[in-house]
Design a protein around this ligand. Sequence first.
Ligand code: NAP
Length: 280
Amino acid sequence: MKQLKLNNGQMIPQLGLGVFKVQDANDLRRSVTDALKSGYRHFDTAAIYHNEAWLGEALAESGIKREELFITSKVWNSHTTYEDTITAFHESLKKLQTDYLDLYLIHWPSEGYNEKWRAMESLYAEGLIKSIGVSNFEKPHIEKLLTTAKVKPAIDQVETHPYFQQKKLHDYLKSLDIAHEAWGPLGQGKGHVLEDPTLAKIADAHNKSIAQIILRWHLQRDIVVIPKSIHTERIAQNIDVFDFTLTDEEMTLISMIDKNQRGSGDPNDTEWLKESLNRN
Ligand SMILES: NC(=O)c1ccc[n+]([C@@H]2O[C@H](COP(=O)([O-])OP(=O)(O)OC[C@H]3O[C@@H](n4cnc5c(N)ncnc54)[C@H](OP(=O)(O)O)[C@@H]3O)[C@@H](O)[C@H]2O)c1
């Protein structure tokens, strides 16, 4: 598995398994077991997914050494203060049955994120988190964070797929040496990206699926990907993307199908962010 070096020197496996919307304990246990068998070592969850405990159980039962795993979780929007963030982190840690996280992210740029960051910096200084980062942060959010931050985020996890390529944000993150991580890397199975004719042609040429072409395209943009699936075959397929390379021409063709079309939540939707403070 290819690893990327983050701006603090820590390594991250460039491909992992996402577990958003896996709301059944058996589905989660089975997909994590399948993923481990296929070679995944990186897992992405969040407190708001309400499945950290199942992921923790599945990883503990696997017998794989903790240092071989890379575990990410995220602090939810309802925690707006320093103390709350510390408490939320320890709850996640307990559910995940571990004594440190590899990556902890601020889930959305909602109220109090500079304070949350201060708490994450403390946890990072104590060695309880190997790397700290943000999610759904756009340029203005990062600029505001950096007015008080002592530690620069290692990663920004944002919606990214061929119909929402985030070219400007990608270049901005690169200029700051903040790694770009894609959520919804396959367009969340929505918006017909998995039936796109340009991608279908490239897939035929490589004898791969459209999903594999998309994941390969992310990897060649130096993006970290965390595709989610609960199907054995797809889990295996999604990691089988290290034995071929897209040509420069194919990369250019894919860059041209961008529709700048968001599929889910918008970090600029201040009303939604306010409402999310009351959700748990
Ligand atoms: N930070 C954030 O705000 C945020 C937001 C959303 C997601 N995330 C993270 O990012 C991860 C990935 O994003 P996502 O789960 O929203 O979307 P995604 O990975 O882009 O797409 C998942 C969908 O694609 C299907 N799929 C997976 N592999 C496939 C394949 N090879 N062929 C055809 N269909 C396939 C899955 O179906 P099956 O499961 O039925 O196979 C599922 O419906 C999440 O799980 C979560 O960890 C973070």
